[in-house]
Design a protein around this ligand. Structure first.
Ligand code: GZL
Length: 341
């Protein structure tokens, strides 16, 4: 119904304007705004279709919670939530579903960077703005999404490597051979690509750093433990584990202890992790993780800000980075006070 009214208004606006403006996004969004304004007057909720990667990690749970607690009826929204169980085909199906349901906005947390052009073109043709959260997408035409909210993953990776360089220097080990293994996230996701590239870029500056192996643990604790067990069998002298999220770090810690080794600031193996979720602060306080590079999952309020602006016909920033920090074990107990996740 909304779309029919919108098409009628587009025709009416085009007929009235004669200002030479082509059939552009502006006129349809103007008409769309009018329709939406009418809806709002009638108190209609803004319908948001959210395609979430899955529920693979504590970070993902916090991210889902942030979106669900923001897009409530009390706040003026109707949220249609879909968990894709880490499969792109499920996300594509969900987006098509949202188009069928004629939602006002589509929010996508993409499992990997590529493979979105076709379905996002369908959303664009249906006049539905798409907002990307968390990981980035690679598309041939960046008008296929209106805005992106997420992290600078490459900076997270370089921050991790720079922390290690400082740490080794403090320990007087900056010229000793350092054997490193990496538990990578989902291959092809911007979090994995950025963290791996960022860390490796700095690692290349240290000729004494030896990256023995890098393998995906798929951002899950079980797979992280399995891969770490295989690393421990292959490499008896691992000095550092880079876990590209906390859940893989938890799995690695279990594998290290089962192998009769120790980890953390007073252990045999240094653990560098990413996300900085609450359970990771527990692990830092327990002495198992050395440092955690934060990845902020609280995208809900940022996306709501973007939607509010779009509803008011305002322009929005295309790329919006969230604020993030670096948390060493030494100050974890103090740093965690007041954190939202
Ligand atoms: C990062 C996010 C990653 C987290 C993992 O923004 O995409 O996915 O680091 C999660 O915990 O599974």
């Amino acid at each position: 119904m909304k779309k029919f009214l919108a098409m009628f208004l587009i025709g009416a606006l085009a007929a009235l304007s004669f200002s030479g403006c082509s059939k552009t996004q502006e006129s349809s969004s103007a008409a769309g705004e009018t329709t939406k304004a009418a809806d709002k007057a009638s108190g209609d909720l803004v319908v948001v279709g959210f395609s979430q990667v899955g529920a693979e990690s504590d970070w993902r749970t916090a991210n889902t919670e942030s979106m669900k607690s923001t897009f409530t009826e009390a706040n003026g929204y109707s949220l249609i939530f879909d968990d894709a169980q880490q499969k792109q085909e499920n996300q594509i199906k969900a987006i098509r579903n949202f188009i069928q349901q004629d939602v006002d906005y589509i929010v996508l947390a993409p499992v990997t960077e590529t493979g979105w052009d076709t379905v996002l073109k369908e959303a664009k043709d249906a006049g539905i703005p798409v907002i990307i959260v968390d990981r980035m997408i690679k598309v041939s035409d960046d008008s296929l999404f209106t805005a992106w909210v997420g992290s600078n993953f490459e900076k997270e990776g370089t921050d991790a490597a720079n922390w290690l360089a400082d740490y080794l220097k403090q320990k007087g080990k900056d010229s000793e051979d350092v054997n490193i293994v990496t538990l990578q996230g989902t291959i092809g996701s911007s979090a994995q690509i950025g963290r791996t590239n960022g860390f490796n870029k700095v690692a290349k500056e240290h000729s004494n750093w030896k990256i023995l192996a890098q393998q995906t643990g798929e951002f899950t604790q079980a797979k992280g433990q399995e891969v770490m067990e295989s690393f421990l069998k292959s490499y008896p002298d691992i000095d550092v584990v880079v876990a590209e999220n906390d859940n893989m770090a938890f799995g690695a810690i279990d594998a290290i202890k089962a192998a009769g080794k120790t980890c953390g600031p007073n252990g045999d193996i240094t653990i560098i992790s990413f996300d900085a979720v609450s359970a990771a602060f527990d692990a830092m306080e327990a002495g198992d993780i050395n440092v955690d590079i934060e990845c902020n999952p609280l995208h809900g309020p940022r996306v709501a800000e973007i939607i509010k602006k779009l509803e008011a016909g305002e322009k929005v920033e295309k790329l919006q980075y969230v604020a993030e920090g670096i948390f060493p074990a030494e100050t974890a107990a103090k740093d965690r006070v007041g954190r939202a996740y």
